[in-house]
Design a protein around this ligand. Structure first.
Ligand code: GUN
Length: 287
């Protein structure tokens, strides 16, 4: 029987663990782990994500500070805020919600964040640590994907994983995490030829293309595990907006396990952000 992985439940359990550990941290250090969230402009999807992040911080006892900046904020202003937060000892995590408006160089802004406070794990130092298998802050969505895989696969070692998408946020870091676990990893992308036949070899599929229902049932090997990272807002014929993943999971009854959209990877991203904020807070005391 195909299993539908309950990301909401697994995220809830992780948040419970983080909440208990945050309580211990507060007792030991006399202050709460704190996350600064920066949102520039009024992208509606980003607004929803930021609100969810702040709400879940509250649930876990993590202090959060929201900075909502107007869409005409320039680079020097944003850099100045980041520098101020870098040197604020009561702030342990800094998150700049992406995408940033087009006139701002996002890579330069991510570079400005102290790597020790980079709870998104997007700073080149953290990307480098991940690539070289060293301890650092790991991007939240990829971390969540690995946690979901660990609930349904005993041993990742030797499995063939196909990652669809090569973004810095998901595709590349998830490939690095799978490599670290000694999977054989194939990373595919927009220019890949013969994608269905590549996916047909996969024991594990991680789809992060942002292309609704790209991955069809007949691409999936019997017994494979499918992790769907895609979340696209699609307007239905009746005018309702729904969230659609990259995988047509209704065609995948022969898979061993699949993640739903919504309720699969999404909740794990926020749970891992809370875990990373606690980790950054601990690092600020113990190096
Ligand atoms: N935009 C989409 N996903 C993410 C994420 O994981 N972190 C940030 N900061 N922005 C995003």
């Amino acid at each position: 029987m195909r299993k539908v992985i309950d990301g909401k439940q697994i995220a809830r359990e992780l948040i419970e663990t983080v909440t208990l550990e945050v309580r211990g941290f507060r007792e030991r250090h006399g202050l709460a782990p704190a996350l600064a969230v920066i949102l520039v402009g009024e992208d509606p999807a980003s607004d929803v994500y930021v609100r969810q992040k702040v709400k879940q911080c509250d649930v876990a006892g993590i202090r959060s500070v929201e900075y909502r900046l107007p869409k005409d904020t320039d680079e020097p202003m944003l850099r100045q805020l980041i520098h101020r937060l870098n040197s604020d000892k009561t702030v342990h995590g800094i998150l700049v919600q992406l995408p940033l408006p087009a006139h701002i160089d996002a890579a330069a802004m991510l570079d400005a964040i102290d790597p020790g406070k980079d709870v998104d794990g997007f700073h080149p130092v953290n990307m480098g640590r991940l690539s070289s298998g060293n301890e650092g802050l790991t991007p939240c969505t990829p971390l969540g994907c690995l946690m979901l895989l660990d609930t349904v696969i005993d041993e990742l070692r030797g499995k063939h994983a196909v990652v669809i998408g090569k973004s810095n946020i998901v595709g590349k870091p998830v490939a690095m995490l799978l490599l670290e676990r000694e999977c054989t990893v194939t990373v595919t992308h927009i220019a890949t030829r013969g994608l269905p036949d590549i996916v047909r070899h996969a024991d594990i599929v991680v789809a992060a293309a942002g292309s609704p229902s790209l991955v069809r049932g007949d691409w999936i090997k019997r017994g494979a595990v499918v992790i769907d990272v895609g979340i696209t807002r699609v307007q239905r014929a009746d005018g309702k907006t729904v969230l659609v993943g990259d995988c047509a999971i209704e065609e995948m009854a022969h898979a061993a396990a699949v993640t739903p959209v919504p309720g699969g990877v999404g909740p794990m991203t926020i749970a891992c952000l809370l875990a990373n904020t606690l980790k950054a807070a601990r690092m600020s005391f113990h190096g």
